[in-house]
Design a protein around this ligand. Structure first.
Ligand code: PLP
Length: 359
C-alpha cells in the first residue's frame, strides 16, 4: 500500500484507508504542537460563535493588532490570511517576473503555486553531506543567472536546518544586488523566535516573510497565517487576498492563542527537551541518522540501505504516520521526517521504529 499523498498530516485519508477513526492514529507526519491549541482558544471560539451570523472582519483588525504588538511593528506591515499556503499561492500574482529559485528540499506548494502561475522554477539544492548548510558563494553564483524571486524556508522543512540572522543578512544583500525579491518562509520560526529575519527584511525594504500560526499553536484545521513586509507590498497583497478569507472563529482563536505567554514558554521548553530526547534516542538506534533541527521535527536518514516507504507502511499498520521524504528535490528515498511529540508518544514511535527495522 503506497500513500498517494504529497504532504504529511493526511490523517483523514489514512483513517479511511485503514477503516479506523482519526483519533486512533498517531500522527508524526505533520509537525504540530503536541500540546494541542492553547487552552483559551476553545472558549474564545465558543464566545465568537454568536458572531458567525455576520461576515468576518475582512481586515482581521484585532488579530493584526495582536501580531503587530508581538513583532513590535505597525499593523500596516502585516496581513493575515487563511494559512500561509493561501499567501504562497498568491505569490505569482503579487510579484512581477517569471523565474524563481527555491532552496531545496522545499515545501512543495511553492513550486505548485509558481508553476501553476506560469513561472519557471529552479532549485538551489542543499546537500545532506554538508548538513544542509547554505553556501553563500554558491548562492551568489546561482543568483547571478538572474531570478525574479528567491525562496528560503527558515528553519528549513523537512531539514530543520537554521540559517542564522547574520547569514540571512548576506542572503538579503545578494538578493538586493541581483534584483531578486526574497521570500523567507518562517512557518516554524516560533520554535526558535530569536532567529527571525523580520527586523532585517523591514530594514531592507523589498521582500516578504511568511509566517504560520497553524504549527506552533496546533490550529492546522482552523487555518491561520500572515505575511510581513514593507507597507507597499503588504497593501498589494491585501488587494489579492479574497475578502473574508479568514473566518471569525479563526480570528478569535488567533487572538486568544497569541495572548497565552505561559503556553508559548511551555511549548518551547517541551519541544527543546523532547527534540533532544528523540534525537539522542534515534542516534543510538542502529540503521538511522537524525539531522540537527531548530524546529519541532527531525529529518532522519536510513543508513542500512533500506527505503523509507516500506518503513512508513509498516508503521502505518500500527496506526503511526511518518513522512516519507523520498519525493523531495535534494533528498533520496532513504529519508523520512518525524514530528517531535510528547515523551510517551515519542517512546511509542521509537519502539515501533525499532520493531519495524528489526533492531
Ligand atoms: C515550510 C512551510 N511553509 C508553509 C506551510 C503551510 O502552512 P499553513 O498553510 O498551515 O500556514 C508549511 C506546512 O507544512 C510548511 O512546511
Amino acid at each position: 500500500m503506497t500513500l498517494p499523498f504529497s504532504h504529511g498530516g493526511t490523517v483523514h485519508a489514512v483513517a479511511r484507508l485503514l477503516g479506523v477513526p482519526t483519533g486512533e492514529l498517531l500522527d508524526f507526519s505533520a509537525s504540530i504542537n503536541p500540546l494541542g491549541p492553547p487552552p483559551g482558544v476553545r472558549q474564545a471560539v465558543m464566545t465568537a460563535f454568536d458572531q458567525v451570523v455576520h461576515y468576518p472582519d475582512p481586515e482581521a483588525t484585532e488579530l493584526r493588532q495582536a501580531l503587530a504588538l508581538r513583532h513590535a511593528l505597525p499593523p500596516e506591515n502585516l496581513r493575515v490570511a487563511n494559512g500561509s499556503t493561501e499567501l504562497i499561492h498568491l505569490l505569482p500574482r503579487l510579484l512581477p517576473g517569471r523565474r524563481a529559485l527555491i532552496v531545496a528540499p522545499p515545501f512543495s506548494e511553492y513550486a505548485a503555486a509558481l508553476e501553476g502561475g506560469g513561472w519557471e522554477v529552479q532549485y538551489f539544492l542543499l546537500a545532506p553531506e554538508d548538513g544542509f548548510e547554505l553556501s553563500l558563494t554558491k548562492l551568489e553564483e546561482r543568483l547571478a543567472d538572474g531570478f525574479d524571486l528567491f525562496v528560503l524556508a527558515n528553519p528549513g522543512n523537512p531539514t530543520g536546518a537554521l540559517v542564522p540572522p547574520a547569514k540571512v543578512t548576506h542572503v538579503l544583500e545578494l538578493c538586493r544586488r541581483f534584483k531578486t525579491v526574497p521570500v523567507v518562509d518562517e512557518a516554524f520560526m516560533d520554535f526558535c523566535p530569536e532567529e527571525s529575519a523580520i527586523p532585517l527584511l523591514l530594514e531592507g525594504g523589498e521582500g516578504i516573510i511568511l509566517r504560520s500560526l497553524t504549527k506552533f499553536f496546533a490550529l492546522p484545521g482552523l487555518r491561520l497565517g500572515y505575511a510581513v513586509g514593507a507597507t507597499g507590498i503588504i497593501r498589494r497583497l491585501g488587494e489579492l487576498i479574497p475578502p473574508w478569507s479568514v473566518g471569525t472563529l479563526a480570528q478569535a482563536a488567533g487572538v486568544a492563542a497569541l495572548a497565552d505567554e505561559e503556553y508559548r514558554l511551555r511549548t518551547l521548553h517541551l519541544i527543546a527537551g523532547e527534540r533532544a530526547f528523540l534525537a539522542s534516542s534515534l542516534t543510538t538506534l542502529p540503521g538511522v541518522h537524525p539531522y540537527p533541527s531548530a524546529a519541532n521535527y527531525l529529518l532522519v536518514r536510513i543508513t542500512s540501505g533500506a527505503c523509507a516507504a516500506p518503513l512508513q507502511e509498516k508503521l502505518l499498520h500500527q496506526g503511526i504516520l511518518i513522512r516519507d521524504c523520498g519525493n523531495f528535490p535534494a533528498l533520496s528515498p532513504d529519508f523520512f521526517r518525524v514530528a517531535v511529540r510528547s515523551r510517551e508518544e515519542n517512546q511509542r514511535l521509537l519502539a515501533a521504529l525499532a520493531e519495524a527495522m528489526g533492531v
